[in-house]
Design a protein around this ligand. Structure first.
Ligand SMILES: [Zn+2]
Length: 312
């Protein structure tokens, strides 16, 4: 049943980032009706962060209250979070989140069950439901910014693994014994192809590299080609592992997608097994909002399951 987006219910989705906490009121069709943001008190610990999230959620719910019921709340959290036990397992960007019962704290603060998902899996769901992955049963979403994260949709459902932590794609090994990664291991894809790695190699911001390359600077163009080859090398592994219909590239570096795409495609054409060479790599459609949208989709799914339980 199609619901009128002017008056249908909204989910309140929260995205907890290392520098910013954002909240949005989103309807069943993926329209964002209101949004708010505040700085993340990254060193202040879980109680302070949850207090900010509650304030933002309340503010954004109030903004849409005249036209929309709120059907639930959801948090896209940086990982790793065990979403089966709802325990945060040492979030590197936030102080005090090691072995914290995040689910219990959220439910107490909000006075109801809050949906919880790892942010990259939420972003994959957002692109699958409302972005570049609409209509796909099998896709891989890769977000490339400071680090590399990801999410996989397999057989028409999010792949979560036995702790809800699947698809830490940035930490698959690209070169055994290679460069040191921020995770403490060596040779991760992230250590070679992340925005941070590009900035370390080039000595300038990723944005500056793309700018100079677009302006015709040959050294910068080489750096972009090299970056695209490194991204392509990881994507070839993902094609072989997951047999996706398409790969969606999101995150800050995807803003340079037009400059990366030819070399990514060439790398797949050279390196993938022949049967995997026809897969498309596309730019995310909802860059910046994918996680919020995926969280909204999960809140609606939970809401609809509860309604069905009541009927049956
Ligand atoms: Zn790593």
């Amino acid at each position: 049943v199609a619901q009128n987006s002017l008056s249908g219910p909204c989910a309140i989705a929260i995205d907890l980032g290392g520098t910013q906490i954002r909240a949005a009121a989103i309807d069943r069709t993926g329209i964002i009706h209101a949004r708010v943001a505040a700085a993340t008190p990254a060193q202040a610990g879980p109680d302070a962060i949850i207090a900010v999230m509650r304030t933002l959620a309340r503010d954004v719910a109030e903004e849409v209250a005249e036209n929309h019921d709120v059907c639930g709340f959801g948090l896209a959290s940086p990982g790793p979070v065990n979403t089966r036990s709802r325990v945060a397992l040492g979030i590197p960007t936030l102080a005090g989140f090691d072995h914290v019962d995040l689910g219990v704290l959220l439910d107490q603060a909000f006075g109801r069950t809050v949906a919880l998902e790892n942010d990259a899996i939420a972003a994959a769901i957002g692109e699958w439901q409302f972005g570049a992955g609409r209509g796909c049963r099998d896709l891989v979403y890769v977000t490339v910014s400071t680090g590399i994260g990801g999410g996989v949709i397999a057989n028409g459902a999010p792949l979560r693994g036995c702790h809800g932590m699947a698809a830490h794609l940035g930490h698959m090994t690209l070169i055994h014994g290679g460069e040191l990664c921020l995770c403490g291991r060596k040779g991760c894809w992230e250590a070679y192809a992340s925005g941070y790695a590009l900035e370390r190699r080039s000595g300038m911001t990723a944005h500056a590299v793309f700018d100079k390359a677009a302006g015709g600077d040959p050294a910068a163009q080489d750096m972009v080609r090299n970056e695209a080859s490194l991204l392509g090398a990881g994507i070839v592994n993902l094609l072989h592992a997951f047999d996706p219909e398409r790969v969606i590239l999101g995150g800050g570096l995807a803003l340079g997608f037009d400059q990366l795409t030819d070399q990514i495609r060439a790398t797949i054409a050279n390196d993938a097994m022949p049967a995997f060479r026809d897969r498309r790599v596309v730019r995310a459609e909802r860059i910046g909002d994918s996680g919020l949208l995926g969280m909204a989709a999960l809140v609606f799914q939970g809401h609809e399951e509860r309604m069905n339980d009541r009927v049956n």
